[in-house]
Design a protein around this ligand. Structure first.
Ligand code: ADP
Ligand code: MG
Length: 729
């Protein structure tokens, strides 16, 4: 009965591992060796082409078509020198992961003769057969075909002999079908809005980039055990499993020494990541057993997004070699911590300044305050949109539950900065300040770096926390494409900075000095966005009540969060910035709802199958054994003595009958609800039905099944148990 489970355990015990000898290479020797980076470009491109390409990358201008042929030739010569045979356009469709279709370089010229060819046409644009990517009706409405177009700002790279060219993916009529296209537009509009504001403080600033440093959490599980869990294989999470007697309660995993097998895996995937120019730097154990984290040094946001997408692929690939599977799901196991992907976000200038880092002078600190307060105002004005940008069926297990961080969007800034904002609110006078008042204010602003230096405040329960020189969006799910929240963060910031600049200019026009005008507007923002600042415990019930009083929303599930994308205010924001049009937003909305529905539908099907094919048979088998024993007892003893002796068996026989009957009924009812939901055409209504009517059955079924797991003899239980999944090293 439980053959697969015990075979898996046997297999693990008898497996031999070969540990690679420590590498003698230095990371700096091979870092970026699989990337067509600056040095490779210089080597393989004519100098005029190289110069123009660099210029296009910096300014976002389009490269002339005739030069594309030369870039393609250079890329090809570099790729062939590294033994590449194929090339692909690499893109990020709305499925959430990456897509690629490989073509060989070789082209036959006559019978038996071939050359390696790759021209500007192949570099610049491709037409993948895209009909099976999610498009939310866009292609039905507008145009049947989509194409991918080269993004020169993210360098091409090599994986397993294939030259991968980062691209955007759009419909023929121009609508974006991916994450990258709107992200690039959001970053461009952020730059346009932020430069004039940064120039208030330094005339030399001509470009501003958003920076992103992600922290990827994940679980490792042995491949053999994984294969014996159809729920993990098909849904990425365990739909069943009673909690292990020992879980994370001893806190002995966090920052503990990393198990040797896990270290070997990490070294291996970091090695590949480094070759791909992904600056992964930090690795450590996370809170839950067999949970880990990997984090790079931050990079320009578009590149960082690509690198995170790549890292997830690389991790999965390398894990196979180590007989592991990587679980990127936000909640692979009930009852212990889930996984997130903190997005550390800041803005930086081409003069080398981090705009969210306090400076050394009152002037640079005013600059810091400007970008700091504007970020708070931006999030204050669009909390539902930010919430929607991180919504997914799998992330609901974190945000909707009593787990880090809550679904209520609030901002943590620490007590010192709270004090600074309170001071500003009190001391800035709208109707002009005296010379003394101004000097005092300047002095206070000048003190910010000192107070921040000993800023030891850390609030792990906040979804959006200021951490000294950047904001950390902690609510992003571990499977997410960071582009989704990054599109929103950068778009709302762009919009906010546009408004800020306008307001400051208006006051200056009326005769105020620049600094005073800036302070006046900042003070107004501080007052207006106060209610989103929260320093306390984000997990507590008290916060839920307090947030409600403040009018902050607590949207626990994805189908109810997604609507924010179609709020009039949000559509206006995206259209004004040229990031996404209404039809694009509508299409995305449909895709998101459809995605949610499918995820729950699959989980519900797997639940039904596992009950019928795994759990009920195990329960009945055990019950049958007990019934046989009862029969034997009766034969041997009979009468009063039998009744006493058979009591313990009868208790279990009865409980198994009760629970298995419940299971059968729940599964039947769940299928009925599914049928009803499936009959609904409208994507949003259908996903809400799945959320409200189908999903609760997953929990009900699980409860009964987990009770059975405790009841049924271990040797008969078919699914690897939590203690095996979590503690096998
Ligand atoms: P933590 O205590 O949260 O682990 P770290 O200082 O280790 O803090 O940083 C976590 C992440 O934040 C890293 O990926 C790091 O590169 C990133 N980070 C640091 N500075 C910035 C910045 N200016 N912009 C974006 N990300 C940043
Ligand atoms: Mg962090």
């Amino acid at each position: 009965m439980a053959k697969l489970r015990f075979d898996a355990l046997d297999h693990i015990l008898n497996r031999t591992y070969t540990v690679n000898p420590p590498s003698t290479e230095r990371i700096s020797d091979y870092y970026g060796s699989s990337v067509f980076h600056d040095k490779a470009m210089q080597q393989h491109l004519p100098s005029n082409v190289y110069k123009r390409l660099k210029e296009c990358i910096v300014t976002g201008q389009q490269l002339e078509r005739r030069l594309a042929d030369e870039v393609a030739a250079g890329m090809k010569s570099w790729a062939l020198s590294k033994e590449a045979t194929h090339y692909t356009h690499w893109f990020q469709p709305l499925t959430g992961r990456t897509a690629e279709k490989h073509d060989a370089f070789f082209t036959p010229t006559e019978i038996g003769v071939a050359i390696e060819s790759f021209g500007g046409d192949q570099l610049v644009q491709q037409e993948p057969d895209a009909s099976s990517f999610p498009n939310g009706g866009i292609r039905n409405t507008f145009e049947a075909r989509g194409y991918t177009a080269w993004d020169p700002s993210s360098p091409a790279f090599l994986i397993d002999g294939t030259l991968c060219i980062p691209t955007i993916f759009v419909a023929y009529t121009g609508e974006a079908l991916d994450y990258k296209a709107p992200l690039i537009k959001a970053l461009q509009s952020l730059n346009d809005a932020a430069v004039p504001v940064a120039q208030y403080f330094d005339r030399n600033v001509t470009k501003i980039i958003a920076t992103l440093g992600w922290e990827q959490e994940y679980f490792l599980v042995d491949a053999a055990l994984f294969s014996a869990r159809p729920d993990l294989v098909l849904t990425g999470r365990t739909l069943f499993g009673h909690s292990s007697s020992k879980g994370q309660q001893l806190d002995d995993h966090y920052f503990g020494s990393i198990p040797e097998r896990a270290t070997a895996f990490m070294k291996d995937f970091e090695n590949e990541a480094h070759r791909l120019g992904i600056p992964v730097k930090t690795r450590h154990n996370e809170v839950a057993p067999n949970q880990f984290e990997c984090a790079p040094i931050f990079e320009e946001a578009n590149l960082a997004v690509d690198h995170n997408q790549l890292v997830m692929d690389v991790m999965e690939k390398v894990a196979h070699r180590h007989h592991f599977r990587v679980l990127l799901h936000e909640k692979p196991y009930a009852g212990i911590n889930g996984s997130g992907k903190h997005n550390n976000w800041s803005l930086s200038t081409d003069t080398g300044v981090n705009l969210l880092s306090p400076g050394k002078t009152p002037k640079t600190n005013l600059r810091f305050l400007t970008f700091f307060v504007n970020t708070i105002k931006a999030v204050h004005d669009y909390p539902d949109l930010l919430r929607a940008s991180i919504a997914s069926a799998s992330n609901d297990h974190r945000l909707g539950a009593n787990e880090a961080p809550p679904a209520i969007i609030s901002i943590f800034i620490g007590s010192q900065l709270t004090q600074v904002l309170e001071d500003l609110e009190k001391k800035v006078k709208d109707n002009g300040m005296s010379a003394n008042e101004k000097t005092e204010l300047k002095l206070n602003i000048g003190k910010i770096p000192e107070i921040l230096l000993d800023n030891t405040d850390r609030n792990r329960t906040s979804p959006f926390a200021f951490t000294g020189n950047k904001f950390e969006l902690r609510a992003v799910g571990s499977t997410a494409n960071c582009a989704s929240p990054m599109i929103v963060m950068n778009a709302i910031m762009a919009k906010q900075l546009r408004i800020f600049h306008k307001e400051v200019e208006a006051i200056i026009k009326k005769g105020s000095k620049k600094d005073e005008a800036i302070l006046t507007v900042l003070r107004k923002y501080i007052i207006e966005s106060k209610n989103i600042l929260f320093e306390g415990n984000g997990y507590g019930d008290a916060w839920v009540k307090e947030a409600e009083k403040r009018g902050l929303k607590n949207i626990k599930t994805t189908p109810h969060a997604l609507g924010a994308y179609l709020d009039d205010k949000v559509v206006a924001l995206f259209e004004e910035l040229g990031v996404l049009s209404r039809p694009e937003l509508e299409a995305r909305n449909e895709i998101n709802h459809e995605n949610y529905k499918m995820k729950i539908q699959i989980e519900s099907r797997v639940t039904g199958d596992l009950i019928n094919n795994h759990i009920l048979p195990a329960a009945f088998e055990y019950q049958g054994k007990l019934i046989d024993t009862v029969r034997n007892l009766k034969e041997i003893y009979g009468g009063k003595e039998f009744e006493a002796l058979a009591k313990p068996h009868m208790v279990i026989i009865r409980e198994i009958s009760e629970r298995t009957l419940n299971l059968q009924n729940f599964v039947k009812d769940m299928i009925e609800e599914r049928k009803k939901a499936n009959a609904i055409e409208h994507a949003e209504e259908a996903s809400k039905m799945y959320c409200e009517k189908v999903f609760p059955y997953l929990e009900k079924v699980r409860y009964e099944a987990d009770k059975l797991e405790l009841l049924v003899a271990d040797e008969l239980w078919p699914l690897p148990k939590y203690r095996e999944l979590l503690f096998t090293r």
